[in-house]
Design a protein around this ligand. Structure first.
Ligand code: ZN
Length: 447
């Protein structure tokens, strides 16, 4: 084909036509496909955004959602109900009654509603009691539901029991006596069954502790473990104190290189706190224990070894480990402490098989254990900012607060003073855990 020939021009025209026709067509197809794909993705994203916006709007009550609307959204949202409770309570988005309504319409049983609300510490016992009774649930059913569930905190339960008309000593007896015995009248009748709950216990406790002077009781010797460390028994207070708004700062795992810093900060603000210690038979440790005691703080047993597998392997192993720590404290300070904290808390991954028997034996010996209802997160990787924000706001959600911190955590030392300043400004009272401070427990005898 020669340049300028007829064939040349024919070919040229064909090429031009082809380019003019096919290129736009191809482009149109490509663009069309892209556009369609984009559009459907946009549509999907928009729908999801709308769904989330609606949920969040209703959750924060921007649209005055009724309980029915709420349920509609909830049922489509796939949000687990525990999370829903937490979400709704976070900003007080719904009143307790609507919340109850939604959850029960979702087919959630009363026991599960209580469990969800209480385990997330999102609803106070008081408002829960109000909801439940407003919905026609009897006090007895409510108590049974609470007693049956596994988890939650004892403060909420206390409130419920109190509002159900039980006296402090009835409640104390209930708490002490979930299984076996620890006080007064029930001892003389040789420990009633461990399943006794609610109503039966309140009658049991009515004649409590008259037999011994000052209302204190000495443990009975009807245990398989009574021959182990026979001197390791303490007295149970006649009554417990439970002060609203009090903050109990607790420091676990010490003494450590941080103990003096913690003591310095507490001294500066004239605050008494509680140290659950892991002591050793060394002069250095004795000196720290004495310093803690001399400044008026409470010392409780945490553990001698703090080795979960070992101490929770049997009741005997627990008693041996406990005795070692208890005896060091006694040796160093002269204090036969009555309080303790389980390593890992009373409910952990290691004590499932031995927990009940250990609690029973320790209760028989008069000891009280304290879990916590505010967790600083100091050893869980929480940053200064996270702790500074979360500790005061978590405290605000509690009737009273037992705050878990660690003597061994440098982070705890860093944030301690600033948290104290905030709390002091907000008017909180601080106290150490005294012998008559009502325990805060994850499960206690209530499970
Ligand atoms: Zn610990």
């Amino acid at each position: 084909m020669r340049f300028g020939s007829v064939e040349f021009f024919k070919a040229l025209i064909k090429t031009v036509l082809a380019v003019l026709f096919f290129v736009p067509l191809a482009a149109a197809i490509v663009l069309g496909v892209l556009f369609f794909k984009n559009n459907s993705e946009l549509e999907k994203t928009r729908a999801e955004n709308e769904r989330l916006a609606t949920i969040s709007d209703v959750l924060i009550e921007q649209r005055a959602g009724t309980a029915e609307d709420f349920f509609e959204i909830f049922s489509k949202s796939n949000i687990p109900y525990e999370q829903l409770v937490a979400l709704m309570n976070k900003d007080k988005a719904l009143d307790a009654e609507s919340l109850y309504k939604i959850m029960s319409e979702a087919g959630i049983s009363d026991a599960n509603i209580i469990s969800a609300a209480a385990s997330k510490h999102t609803v106070s016992g008081e408002s829960f009691y109000a909801i439940m009774s407003a919905n026609g649930i009897s006090d007895k059913d409510l108590l049974l539901a609470v007693l049956k569930r596994n988890g939650g905190n004892s403060d909420g339960i206390y409130k419920l029991l109190k509002e159900c008309g039980l006296s402090d000593s009835d409640i104390a007896a209930l708490i002490k006596g979930g299984s076996s015995v620890s006080s007064g009248s029930s001892q003389s009748t040789q420990s009633t069954s461990s399943q006794s709950t609610g109503s039966s216990q309140s009658t049991q406790s009515s004649q409590s502790t008259q037999s011994s002077p000052e209302g204190n009781t000495t443990p009975v010797e009807n245990s398989a473990y009574s021959q182990i460390h026979t001197d390791m028994t303490v007295n149970v207070p006649a009554d417990y104190v439970r002060e609203q708004g009090t903050v109990y700062l607790t420091f676990d795992d010490g003494p450590s290189q941080n103990t003096q810093s913690i003591l310095y900060i507490l001294r500066k603000y004239n605050i008494k706190a509680t140290f659950f210690v892991v002591p050793t038979r060394t002069e250095a440790c004795y000196a720290e224990l004495r310093a803690i005691a001399a400044e008026g703080h409470a010392i409780g047993v945490h553990s001698a070894s703090h080795e979960y597998e070992k101490i929770y392997s049997s009741v005997e192993a627990f008693l041996d480990d406990f005795y070692e720590a208890w005896d060091i404290i006694r040796d160093a300070t002269g204090i036969s402490t009555q309080i303790f904290r389980f390593p890992g808390g009373s409910k952990n991954d290691f004590d499932e098989k031995t927990r009940d028997a250990i609690i029973e034996e320790m209760t028989r010996r008069g000891f009280r254990y304290y879990d916590w209802n505010v967790e600083s997160g100091d050893v869980g990787g929480a940053t200064w900012t996270q702790m500074y924000n979360s500790i005061p706001s978590d405290i605000k959600n509690q009737y009273r607060s037992v705050v878990l911190m660690h003597d061994t955590s440098y982070n705890a030392v860093l944030v301690l003073e600033d948290v104290i300043k905030v709390l002091v400004n907000e008017g909180y009272k601080f106290d150490r855990i005294n012998d008559d401070t009502m325990p805060v427990q994850f499960i206690g005898p209530f499970s």
